[in-house]
Design a protein around this ligand. Sequence first.
Ligand SMILES: Nc1ncnc2c1ncn2[C@@H]1O[C@H](COP(=O)(O)OP(=O)(O)OP(=O)(O)O)[C@@H](O)[C@H]1O
Ligand SMILES: [Mg+2]
Length: 242
Amino acid sequence: MSVVLELNKVVKRFGGITAVNELSFNVNKGESLALLGPNGAGKTTIFSLIMGEHRQTSGSIKLRGEEISKLGTHKRINNGISRTYQVPRPFNELNVLENIRVGMMPDSIMDMIWKKSDEKLEKKLADNVGFSSKEYYRTPSELSMGDLRKLELARTLATNPEIMLLDEVFAGLTVGEIEHMSQLLHEKRKEGMTFVIVSHDLRSLEPLVDRAVAMTFGHQIAEGSFIDVMADEEVRASYLGE
Ligand SMILES: Nc1ncnc2c1ncn2[C@@H]1O[C@H](COP(=O)(O)OP(=O)(O)OP(=O)(O)O)[C@@H](O)[C@H]1O
Ligand SMILES: [Mg+2]
């Protein structure tokens, strides 16, 4: 098993708050890792650090053995890492296909103007996450939360990632939408995608992951199989309030 992403003693302080505290874990190629923890544990901050949207205070983040801590977000995206956001972030004035187009051109918004759009590919990505052709030209205000999360996924897939960091993929979805999202993620796993998934919906998360890392107050408290991590006393105390 080859390690594709490696965090070593990563620390992130925001003023007086230590959001991430000497956190270390590896992600293997092709695996799906659950990142668990109560509200405020530091899960989203970890994703922001991996993407370079925030810089860590100390520690190292390596991609395929190379330190990436000094690289900007666009370089990291071009190197195959991508994320979705806990609160979907579409461009509200753009339709589904146009939002996907922005995902395909992460280098600069100017690319939108200069590069020729590839509507065939945009439609393929939209179809891939389950949009029907009549939804191609809808704007975000006309979409359900399930559709917005599908759009997040399509925009992320548009960057042709090798690793996807998914933040609360199931939050706000109906039972049917959760089933659809799970199915999509299962398909991507079969195609060999590497995932780190954050979700409070443990029942939907469990069948999707090979392994779990649990954290609280920025530091790791358990790592192992999903079942073992969920059975861990400290995890139960901090996460499930037991
Ligand atoms: N930009 C920021 N500025 C200051 N503090 C921040 C910032 N981002 C996060 N924090 C703080 O860092 C800690 C970790 O937050 P983070 O959002 O990473 O947690 P989380 O595990 O994703 O929580 P949730 O499950 O609620 O999404 C919290 O105490 C939060 O208030
Ligand atoms: Mg979060």
